[in-house]
Design a protein around this ligand. Structure first.
Ligand code: GAP
Length: 535
């Protein structure tokens, strides 16, 4: 599995994703999509919309406002309970989510170094002593073991002679090496080893004010999910579209959460895009629809290239479920930092429509023509992140290979996701006829597929550049294409496939038709028809 630093560096180097406000030192947790990133993320959203809205006759879309009436958030329950436990270091002031603290300590620089030291010494007492006097001083200067080694080691010696560290005893080890002067254990800071405060809830809602004068303006919130914009429009959409149950409403848009510990590149940020569906169905059919959506959404990621071994479903435990949810299943991806949520698919019952009916006074129900009865539909909610999805597709596509003794970095994107579909490359940039033909070809191809022209390096370098940004096909124009004093133009170009580096030569007049087939995955058939050479 590729490490995240490589992905971050490639994204910056090749114009996928930049740190927000970088020239001012950067804004933590906010990211800007660059020229290739915007194309790529737009493809993620376009494919999601096409497959979930356009290709189904039981779905329609909306695009609701980010700022909503403040009562929406009372009704949804966000104002009362949309919070995470938060804890801060009493020494260095760093903040962490209470439920992420153990993980942050486990993977902190100081704990990694302590684990290495414990593994390399037979006697844990000696390991702790050496570490506290050496790396511990640099990496965790405020840890009790480092600050008061004699006291801690004396306590340790009394209790644990012959100890060897095992992961299941992580908690006991922490209790021993991080404690207050009176011996009471406390959580150590992942950054400096200092004492962490007791966790308390911190709201994730980002406040804003609508109106020119803050004192009299309406206080509202930047939406923390797009879902509520769908629920409040349930009746509008129902009346306007005349849809019958079951049907769904989809929305793609920005959401905002004041996350305590954003991080892991675009995985957790304070501003992000969601792709959400609220699928309304008759109570009693909800469990079956829920399962269908779980299967559909799981298959969707694989359709666009996520490898089977890197994706899994995780059923929520009863005690994890929101109080109104009947069942929830996460689609998880094996990100560089481990298995993490890509999408949640929940059965939200009739909770949201009932809440908005109660708070707004507008009854949100459905009249069943067949039974002549009114009912409040149940809701199945597949809720995905566009940024997280894009990150997963990017990580999964990343490959490093050795080609003729050189490292080749290649993003093996599904052609539909690739930001650039075709690169047109002239073999000799000093030959006017080649350059002119290549420009014209590029302009023609662009009408159907986003294509670029590049003549700024040797052909080998140009191929590697396109590999690194995942361009599925390169088209090369050479002397044979345009002819010279000695030979007639054959009016053929070479198409080179990114993944196999195999090449076929086809007539320029056939290029659009061949490309159409290549984009649809017919490379093997094109090979058979035209013969293959290797790069
Ligand atoms: N309406 C339900 C809902 O919002 P969620 O599990 O909180 O559910 C759904 O969010 C998806 O939105 C997540 O699976 C993830 O892909 C994305 N998401 C949530 N918080 C995020 C964050 N801070 N940064 C990036 N993506 C986030």
């Amino acid at each position: 599995m590729v490490d995240m630093d490589k992905i971050v560096s490639l994204c910056k180097r090749r114009g996928f994703i930049f740190q927000s406000s970088e020239i001012y030192g950067g804004l933590g947790s906010a990211w800007d999509y660059g020229p290739l990133g915007v194309e790529f993320k737009n493809h993620v959203k376009r494919l999601w919309w096409r497959d979930n809205v356009h290709l189904r006759d039981d779905m329609v879309g909306v695009d609701a406002a980010i700022t909503m009436h403040p009562k929406v958030w009372e009704a949804s329950g966000h104002l009362a309970s949309f919070s995470d436990p938060f804890t801060g270091c009493t020494v260095c002031g760093r903040h962490y989510r209470g439920d992420h603290l153990a993980e942050a300590i486990w993977s902190s620089k100081w704990f990694e170094s302590l684990k290495r030291r414990l593994a390399n010494e037979d006697d844990a007492m000696v390991a702790l002593q050496k570490w506290a006097a050496g790396d511990g001083k640099k990496l965790a200067p405020n840890l009790a073991l480092v600050q008061r080694p004699e006291v801690i080691l004396a306590l340790w010696k009394a209790k644990r002679s012959g100890y060897r560290f095992v992961q299941s005893e992580f908690g006991e080890l922490l209790d021993a090496i991080a404690c207050a002067p009176d011996g009471t254990p406390h959580n150590p800071c992942p950054n400096c080893g200092g004492q962490m405060s007791e966790p308390r809830p911190a709201s994730l809602m980002l406040e804003t004010f609508l109106g020119p004068v803050q004192e009299t303006a309406t206080k509202t919130y930047l939406r923390p999910e797009t879902a509520q914009g769908i629920f409040v429009n349930f009746d509008n959409v129902l009346q306007a579209s005349r849809k019958k149950l079951p049907f769904g409403i989809a929305q793609i848009g920005k959401s905002f959460r004041n996350e305590i510990t954003p991080g892991n590149f675009t995985f957790r940020t304070r501003e992000f895009e969601q792709m959400e569906i609220e699928f309304f169905c008759t109570p009693g059919t909800d469990e079956e629809w829920h399962q269908r959506w779980i299967d559909d959404r799981f298959a969707w990621y694989q359709k666009y290239g996520i490898r089977k071994e890197n994706i899994q479903l995780r059923e929520h435990e009863k005690d994890e479920l929101a109080f109104y949810a009947k069942r929830c299943v996460d689609v998880e991806y094996l990100f560089p930092m481990g298995w993490s949520e890509l999408e949640g698919i929940a059965n939200r019952t009739d909770y949201d429509l009932k809440q908005h009916s109660n708070f707004s006074g507008k009854v949100l129900e459905y009249f069943d023509e067949e039974t002549k009865q009114k009912l409040i539909p149940y809701v199945i909610e597949p809720s995905a992140g566009a940024d997280r999805g894009a990150l997963a597709f990017l990580v999964d596509a990343y490959n490093e290979e050795e080609v003729r003794g050189e490292r080749r970095v290649v993003l093996k994107f599904h052609p539909e996701l690739a930001p650039i579909k075709i690169a047109v490359l002239p073999l000799l940039k000093k030959n006017g006829r080649i350059v002119e033909t290549a420009h014209k070809l590029c302009a023609d191809l662009r009408k159907c597929w986003y294509s670029v022209y590049d003549d700024t390096a040797s052909i080998g370098r140009l191929y590697r550049r396109q590999d690194e940004v995942g361009t599925p096909f390169c088209v090369t124009v050479d002397v044979q294409t345009v002819g010279d004093d000695k030979s007639k133009a054959d009016e053929k170009v070479t198409i080179r496939d990114r993944d196999t580096m195999a090449q076929v030569r086809v007539a320029m007049s056939m290029l659009p038709a061949v490309m159409e087939r290549l984009m649809a995955g017919e490379w093997a058939a094109i090979h058979r028809e035209h013969g293959v050479t290797k790069e």
